[in-house]
Design a protein around this ligand. Structure first.
Ligand code: MN
Length: 336
């Protein structure tokens, strides 16, 4: 795969981190993280447009594109403390879902095979299939737990006669053995899909799904703590998959299948931070950002910060120590 740059729009990297070509391993041999665009929206069941997601997520920021972002809360710089490269976009032809899935999987497996963490910018959620499979090829099938933030379970069997699409990736992952149903944690589900047959199938796989009513009743942190215990039991790594539609459409309107009543953007950022502080994350994707439906780049800005929150927390975890959220940023006392 030759470096494509951004498939839609100018060849920019995520907030100015160095570019790399996956076909030239010497360029990124020291990488801790490789960002990859997967501008595929051919698996969409309703409103498309996520092919423009990677480009939007790379640039949605009011600060200079200087490859540095010091996190106020964690006091790490996810783009500097980690060696982060951007490999550009995988060439995705929207009319050929099988080829797109194949080339994304190969690119992700190439990154994960070196021990670096792939961070994949979608694209619709179809890409979770090649993203998690690519990581599983490196870490072992069934050895990577999945923590999945989404309004939707994405465990459909077929849609419009296709086994591939953005409503089915989690089913395919469990069927292939790439991921274990009983190490699959879904957070933020709500609304009116899927139906009872699919829920029965999910129950049969031992899946744990936190519907919004449970999250509201028990508290997000309680649910996360419980989910994390399941995720780290007999596994070698965790894949974090974030569908931006887990956030309420009022705070993330630029998406294809909006479902009212979701998390706040603050809750998602805190949850992503906790996942990456407390769990051994080996892969990340952020999906379903559809810029044509966005307003004032609200959703793109949020998705950009989801990536930064993950990288800042991964950097903190590598540095060791425990983060105390009650510690003041500045406590009002001058240094001695
Ligand atoms: Mn979704």
């Amino acid at each position: 795969m030759t470096r494509y740059g951004a498939m839609y729009g100018p060849d920019i990297t995520f907030l100015g981190v160095p570019p790399c070509d996956l076909d030239v391993p010497g360029e990124w041999a020291d990488a801790d993280v490789v960002i990859l665009g997967a501008p595929f929206d051919g698996g969409t069941s309703h409103r498309p447009g996520t092919r423009f997601g990677p480009s939007a997520m790379r640039q949605a920021c009011y600060l200079p594109h200087d490859g540095s972002r010091p996190a106020l809360a964690l006091r790490t710089d996810g783009l500097k403390d980690l060696r982060v490269y951007d490999a550009g976009d995988v060439e995705c032809f929207s009319g050929d879902i099988e080829r797109s899935v194949r080339v994304i999987e190969a690119a992700v497996a190439t990154i994960a095979g070196t021990g670096a963490i792939p961070v994949v910018l979608g694209g619709d959620h179809t890409i979770a299939l090649p993203d998690v499979t690519g990581v599983a090829r490196a870490k072992g099938f069934g050895r990577v737990s999945v923590v999945h933030f989404d309004a939707h379970a994405d465990t459909g069997n077929s849609e419009f006669g296709s086994l591939l699409g953005h409503g089915q990736p989690m089913r395919r992952l469990i069927e292939s053995g790439a991921a274990r149903g009983d190490r699959f944690l879904q957070i933020g589900l709500r609304g009116y899909w899927p139906g009872p047959e699919t829920l029965d199938w999910m129950a049969g796989q031992g899946m744990r799904a936190y519907e919004m009513s449970e999250i509201v009743s028990r508290g997000l942190d309680t649910c996360l703590t419980e989910a994390f215990e399941i995720a780290v039991d007999d596994c070698d790594g965790v894949f974090l998959s974030v569908d931006v539609d887990v956030v309420d459409p009022g705070m993330a309107p630029g998406t294809g299948t909006p479902e009212p009543g979701g998390l706040t953007s603050r809750q998602l950022l805190d949850a992503v931070r906790r996942v990456c502080l407390e769990l051994p994350v080996v892969g990340v994707d952020v999906v379903e950002v559809s810029p044509p439906y966005d307003h004032a780049e609200v959703t793109a800005f949020l998705a950009n910060r989801v990536v930064l929150e993950a990288l800042s927390a991964i950097a903190f975890r590598r540095g060791g120590g425990t983060w105390d959220p009650t510690r003041p940023l500045l406590d009002g006392r001058r240094p001695e």
